[in-house]
Write a protein that binds this ligand. Structure first.
Ligand code: ZN
Length: 197
């Protein structure tokens, strides 16, 4: 199975024609405020909801952990360690698991950073939860959906970041410490900055 076939097979709603419950043809129906695929025979409604995803910012010695994507969408481009939450999994558990699978590094999830809805993944609309992780063990080795995993300093972040939301998180992280540093130097002689984030 080639990658193009693979991603077509993963698209959630497009191309669905028959009811998964009774095999009658599906049609569009207005249900609870949205047009949805529904079965005219057994009443089954296909509720297309966003898939929950996590991504993780892992910074070590001022460098950020990124992975190179093995599969579409955006194969070959870099992004934060990320993936779909499995059934029964807490978002923070999912974030740590994906980081381990893709980079070989154990992380403690030490903070929640942000969340957003995105239509950038052609497979499905998503809601992403972004966490901050701190390395506690393991050894850096790409795996699972990643062909490479590496730490990047601010001036060496790759040009091609797979998702604009990930780029935004990366830029925001690298911007904030700089802004803090400049505001600290302006206040030199006054109280020390003790807040770290
Ligand atoms: Zn049906």
């Amino acid at each position: 199975m080639d990658d193009r076939h693979d991603i077509d097979a993963q698209v959630n709603m497009e191309g669905l024609r028959y009811c998964p419950r009774c095999a009658h043809e599906l049609g569009e129906r207005h249900v609870r405020g949205h047009s949805r695929l529904a079965c005219g025979r057994c009443g089954y409604v296909f509720y297309m909801t966003p898939a929950p995803v996590t991504c993780v910012l892992v910074v070590h010695a001022d460098e950020m952990l990124l992975v190179r994507r093995k599969y579409p969408p955006k194969e070959g481009q870099w992004c934060l360690p990320a993936g779909f939450i499995e059934i029964g999994e807490d978002p923070s558990e999912s974030a740590a698991r994906e980081t381990m699978e893709e980079t070989g590094l154990e992380v403690d999830i030490v903070g929640f950073l942000d969340s957003w809805a995105s239509g950038e993944d052609p497979r499905t609309p998503i809601v992403c939860y972004a966490f901050e992780g701190r390395v506690t063990g393991g050894s850096l080795k790409a795996g699972d959906d990643a062909t490479e995993a590496a730490f990047f300093s601010r001036d060496r972040v790759p040009d091609e970041i797979a998702f604009s939301t990930h780029r935004h998180m990366i830029e925001r992280h690298f911007l904030e410490p700089a802004e803090r540093a400049s505001s600290n130097s302006e206040r030199s002689g006054s109280d020390k900055e003790t807040r770290t984030r």
